[in-house]
Design a binder for this molecule. Structure first.
Ligand code: HH2
Length: 293
């Protein structure tokens, strides 16, 4: 198994630690909730609902009031089969929203794989880059994070949204995801990022079968053993639908169960649509965990 360097090892020795994002520092002592805001016409569960900037901003305020620590703003759907979106179009969707939220003091994460979009979002006040391609689509994102000090989420996925569900077989899924994340973390460190900026994500549902996503949660400890904070994004995804035979609107309990088990196996950050329910479930689970320490 690859090691991601002594700098990272130092980060975990001191407990749950913190996530640095452009001068601000978020404690990881309490589970961190990222509220999802998709400013897209076609996202799989909330596409078309928040396209008007004022509606998007109102939704973000709701997420924060419910307990989200950050709002993750995306302008390109990554659902299986989704077509790519040009940088200009992506920015046109999210620009006014990122600017308005940052001006209101909301911590904004930008869900993009493009350096040009991330750069504009940072200029508009975003604090975190959430790269679902894990520095593959645009390695320039690592330099950008190093230069600006933003937080950087490095996620594993196989292929692109168009192709990722074509082949979901792995010889050793958890090992491959872990090795990939280790390599990309090394790349980010080499490009000048500090370990405290980095978070890793196994990419539930991204080029994985339903069984694969379940296994990644069950064996999340192996990903956490890389020594970096782990984010998971199970919210309303189809692997929950497969287990429960439930439509997109009926996956809240499945999402919460996935979050709580992921927490117990080492995840510290949770990307969810239902911020209030996740906040309560995670705070409760964390209180139980803490009572034994
Ligand atoms: N999942 C989605 C999008 N971004 N980012 C991270 N770090 N982890 C995830 O698991 C993740 C993510 C997909 O979900 P959603 O945003 O709800 O849908 P869509 O991609 O259709 O907009």
């Amino acid at each position: 198994m690859p090691d991601v360097g002594t700098a990272v090892a130092r980060r975990v020795e001191g407990g749950p630690g913190r996530w640095d994002m452009r001068g601000a520092s978020l404690s990881l002592g309490r589970p961190v909730v990222l509220g999802i805001l998709n400013v897209t016409p076609d996202s799989f569960s909330d596409g078309g609902r928040y396209e008007a900037p004022e509606v998007a901003v109102a939704r973000a305020s709701e997420l924060v009031a419910q307990g989200a620590d950050l709002v993750d703003v995306g302008g390109e759907s990554t659902r299986p089969g989704a077509p790519p979106v040009a940088a200009e179009d992506e920015w046109r969707r999210i620009g006014p929203v990122v600017r308005a939220l940052a001006a209101r003091g909301v911590a904004v994460s930008v869900d993009t794989t493009k350096e040009s979009v991330a750069r504009r979002a940072i200029e508009a006040g975003a604090r975190v880059i959430n790269d679902v391609s894990g520095l593959v689509a645009d390695p320039g994102l690592a330099e950008l994070a190093a230069e600006t000090g933003t937080g950087l989420v490095i996620m594993h996925r196989r292929g692109t949204p168009r192709t990722m569900q074509d082949d979901v077989e792995y010889e050793d899924l958890v090992g491959e995801v872990r090795s990939f994340l280790g390599r990309q973390v090394d790349l980010a460190l080499l490009r000048g990022c500090q370990p405290e900026q980095l978070v890793v994500d196994p990419g539930l549902g991204f080029g994985k079968s339903a069984g694969g996503s379940l296994r990644l949660i069950e064996r999340l400890g192996e990903i956490a053993s890389l020594g970096l904070p782990v984010l998971v994004g199970p919210s309303r995804k189809s692997f929950i639908g497969s287990v429960l035979d439930a439509g997109v609107e009926e996956r809240l309990e499945g999402t919460l169960a996935a979050c709580v088990l992921a927490l117990d196996r080492g995840a510290r950050l949770f990307r969810v649509h239902d911020a209030g329910a996740a906040r309560r479930a995670l705070d409760m689970a964390e209180a139980i965990r803490a009572s034994g320490r």
